[in-house]
Design a protein. Structure first.
Lengths: 572, 295
């Protein structure tokens, strides 16, 4: 009876050290709702107890139900027959079970049947579910769609769609990508026009749409004909009715349980969400931010699953008269995997808490505005939180997605020939991991998204403050190493800026982003190590690795490794 | 609306038995094992909740056990039971199936009118499958054991699908009726997150008494009122509530004596397969006759 929450010591560690007081103060509105709803918390401790109990339910369903079906879901995959998409049997059973457990509206408000949980706790649930079946995240994680309708839609739209999302009757899709608009969403062509009665209608084609067969579709469409850029796009909501034709579903390398659709909209009736022209530049950007966090949580779940498979196999498999776990080369790989897993989790939950706080600040400011009270203090704080969240979200997505590829790669390696066969779970995990650094923005695009914040060194003061702190013993030595990384980073940044060459800046960005990540994650781990002796090992290996990587990053930049980009024609 | 009472039991978790757990005499040291919800009882509760979803019913669960059995009763509430009864008293300790069914049947009478009693076929600790049938007898109810499903429900009768060797049979019985539910009948539903949050602090009378004893500032009667008013009170029935005959309880009221427990290892003998046709069958019968197994 494995429970993926209670039996995962590291996620327990992160849950137990969560401090959500400021977040809950806003989201629970002084705990007033407990008078109206018997499941609303009475105070902070009660709320935390609620989260714990509910994550136990998620952990139980994931460990004992979803996990058992994962291999079957992968083998069967989603079906497409005569224009109709159906889920694999296991996928449908999983969704039914999650809905029965009231887990399909975790972040929606109670008045629409939701649990009103903070984003961070929802992310923990997404990690846990993804560990059991990564492809299920693509459906379970669609709760953000309902949340987007809640944030930007009208009260009528809330009432129309949200209650049925919560019960699991409706599933959704985020309909953005087109054949010629992938990473570059500004190029979207699908047209939105108003007919003679003023009714909005959608016409055109979308591709690579996760769960395009969903009941409620959030569609990015060109409402301003003749425009070419992002400012001509608006967001619409519509039902996936008969006018929406699913043309095909893709045959993919991994995440087989999640149907990926090509869709054609034939004058489909739709409603505008929010304001015209704000579709991409505001709503989709926000939605994608959250979706990136969702994919990071999915990647983290895969990391955990792959690590567990590798550890189990290495403990059981005997060669040369002993378990291969005792062979130093293998032991070392497992230690690397474990450190990458735990450091990634640390980075992720720190980011997710910040995103949570940022959103609560927005909510708080809205309420202060409504009451006509001053909010300049909150507005300043929001500005800072937004800048940092906008930096850490793409960094997390980049690091976590790459970590899941690295960990599944090494876990398969530890399995040897067996890992290459389909009988063992690691083969599926390696395939599932491969999408995480592609969709919701490739790793390369995450680096682009993080570049601004890094070039402007927005965490400069934070790092300085951390570096000045007194640390004891090993930790003090590790702080010295982090200080050295900081120096290397500053030199590199200066080098890049002095060049005044945009292409050079673009190509060096990856190294700069990585160095920045070592600093941010390194200090978080140092903080953990101060309170938890076991974490000293994690911080130690992470930071020692980081210094050698940072030196390599610096060498690439300063030794003009990238000069050959000028000679592409001759080389390629 | 129908009224269903479901009999449930907390049992030692025998899924992970190690050497330390077994006593020398071959019995289990219960203190060493975590307590869990007996699975067939959980399936009985699931069936009751499905009847509730389909026909409308009020579902109460009842257990006889120590105070910690409250944890399992809370799980019943998380699944969807409307209310729960803990039947608990030190004097009940050591009861065998005869004594247990006496207490449970008296407790059910105490609760009042009902249409159905559901129970799991048997508990994994004793494997006797006796408490359900004995309770039916004491309550003077018709009973159907090995039930898999309730196929139809009318005002005065129920149609029950019952598992038998190699298949099933369908029976109609008069209400009120007791059924025992067999493993594999219904997959228990998950806990509802909302109900978990709503009922996580539920307490029995015994818990509340303990809280009152530990803290003089929390008078027992106030606590009781508070838990009742917040719908967090688990009904508790003790010896006093039930007016029981003490000679029929506990060790004194339990004629069952464990004579000896043996660890039997079944050694597999040789197997022989015969063709599934007339010829194969007559070969088999001939051999069985020859070995004096038949005839």
């Amino acid at each position: 009876m494995p429970n993926f929450f209670t039996e995962n010591k590291d996620i327990q560690y992160h849950f137990n050290k969560l401090d959500l007081k400021d977040i809950l103060e806003v989201s629970e509105d002084n705990y007033e709702q407990s008078k109206e709803y018997n499941y609303a918390p009475e105070d902070y401790e009660d709320a935390m107890e609620n989260f714990k109990k509910v994550l136990e339910v998620v952990g139980d369903i994931s460990g004992n139900f979803i996990n058992e079906r994962a291999a079957g879901v992968d083998e069967e995959g989603a079906h497409f027959d005569n224009g109709v998409v159906t889920y694999a049997k296991g996928t449908q059973e999983n969704l039914d079970r999650l809905a029965k457990a009231d887990l399909m509206g975790m972040i929606l408000p109670r008045k629409y049947g939701g649990l009103n949980f903070p984003f961070t706790v929802y992310m923990m649930a997404v990690e846990i579910v993804s560990r059991a079946d990564a492809s299920l995240m693509n459906l379970f994680g669609l709760q953000d769609i309902a949340d987007t309708i809640y944030k930007f839609g009208t009260v009528e739209q809330h009432q129309e769609y949200l209650p049925k999302f919560v019960t699991g009757e409706y599933s959704g899709a985020m309909v953005l990508t087109e054949p010629d608009a992938g990473s570059d969403l500004q190029a979207c062509k699908l047209s939105a026009y108003q007919d003679k009665d003023g009714q909005w209608r959608l016409k055109g084609v979308k591709r690579f749409i996760t769960n395009g067969n969903g009941d409620v579709l959030l569609v990015l469409a060109r409402s301003e004909s003749g425009t070419k850029d992002g400012r001509g796009l608006s967001m619409f909501v519509c039902y996936g009715d008969d006018t929406v034709k699913i043309r095909r579903i893709e045959h993919k390398l991994g995440i087989h349980g999640s149907p990926t659709c090509e869709m054609q909209f034939n004058d489909t009736k739709a409603e505008l969400v929010g304001k015209r022209r704000f579709g991409l530049i505001k709503y989709v950007l926000e939605l994608m931010f959250r979706a990136r966090m969702g994919v990071s949580a999915q990647a983290l779940g895969i990391c955990q699953a792959a690590y567990e498979e590798a550890y189990k196999y290495a403990s059981e498999r005997e060669q040369f008269g002993k378990p291969i776990l005792q062979i130093p080369a293998v032991t070392n790989m497992l230690l690397d995997m474990r450190v990458l897993l735990e450091s990634s989790r640390t980075l992720f939950y720190s980011t997710s808490r910040l995103v949570d706080w940022k959103e609560q600040l927005e909510e708080k400011i809205d309420r202060l505005k409504e009451k006509g009270e001053p909010f300049s203090k909150e507005a300043n704080e929001l500005k800072r939180a937004t800048r940092v969240a906008n930096l850490l979200t793409p960094i997390s997505k980049y690091i976590l997605a790459e970590a899941s590829n690295k960990i599944t790669y090494d876990a398969l390696q530890i399995h040897g020939g067996t890992g290459y066969m389909q009988e063992f779970n690691i083969e599926r995990l390696a395939r599932d991991a491969r999408i995480t650094n592609i969709y919701e923005g490739t790793s390369q695009l995450q680096i682009v998204a993080a570049t601004g914040g890094i070039i402007n060194d927005i965490l400069k003061e934070y790092f300085a403050e951390k570096a000045h702190k007194e640390y004891k013993g090993t930790l003090s030595r590790l702080n010295e190493l982090l200080k050295e990384i900081r120096e290397i980073y500053e030199e590199c940044l200066k080098y890049v800026l002095d060049k005044k060459d945009v292409s050079f800046q673009e190509v060096s960005a990856k190294d700069l982003v990585e160095m920045y990540t070592y600093l941010y994650t390194g200090y978080l781990l140092l903080e953990e190590a101060e309170l938890e002796p076991r974490k000293v090992f994690i911080a130690n290996r992470y930071i020692i690795n980081a210094i050698s990587n940072a030196r390599k990053n610096a060498a690439s930049i300063k030794n003009e490794l990238f000069n050959d980009l000028m000679h592409v024609d001759e080389i390629l | 609306m129908y009224k269903i009472i479901v009999m449930v039991k907390q049992v030692p978790d025998t899924s992970n038995i190690s050497g330390k757990v077994m006593k020398e005499d071959g019995t289990v040291n219960r203190a060493m094992l975590p307590a869990v919800f007996n699975h067939e009882d959980k399936e009985a509760l699931e069936l009751a909740l499905q009847v509730k979803d389909k026909y409308g019913a009020e579902v109460s669960v009842i257990t006889m056990g120590p105070p910690r059995a409250v944890e399992m009763l809370k799980e019943c509430l998380y699944m969807g039971a409307d209310d729960a009864y803990l039947v608990s008293d030190r004097k009940f300790a050591g009861s065998d199936t005869l004594a247990t069914s006496y207490v449970i049947s008296e407790a059910i009478k105490h609760i009042g009118e009902f249409d159905f009693v559901f129970a799991g076929r048997q508990a994994i600790d004793g494997d006797t499958a006796q408490v359900g049938p004995q309770t039916a007898d004491k309550l003077n109810l018709p009973q159907i054991t090995y039930a898999e499903d309730v196929l139809d429900l009318k005002e005065k009768t129920a149609t029950i699908k019952r598992r038998i060797d190699g298949g099933y049979e369908i029976l109609e019985a008069k209400l009120p009726l007791l059924i025992t539910v067999v493993k594999g009948a219904k997959e228990p539903r998950p806990f509802s997150a909302k109900r978990v949050m709503a009922f996580k602090n539920s307490k029995s009378l015994l818990d509340i008494e303990k809280m009152g004893n530990e803290n003089a500032l929390l008078p027992y009667t106030n606590l009781l009122e508070e838990y009742k008013s917040r719908n967090l009170f688990i009904n508790t029935l003790t010896m006093e509530d039930l007016q029981l005959d003490i000679s029929r309880l506990g060790i004194k009221g339990s004629p069952t004596k464990v004579h000896k427990v043996e660890s039997v290892v079944l050694a597999g003998g040789q197997a022989k397969q015969v063709d599934a046709n007339r010829e194969g069958l007559s070969t088999l019968i001939d051999e069985l006759l020859h070995d004096h197994i038949l005839g």
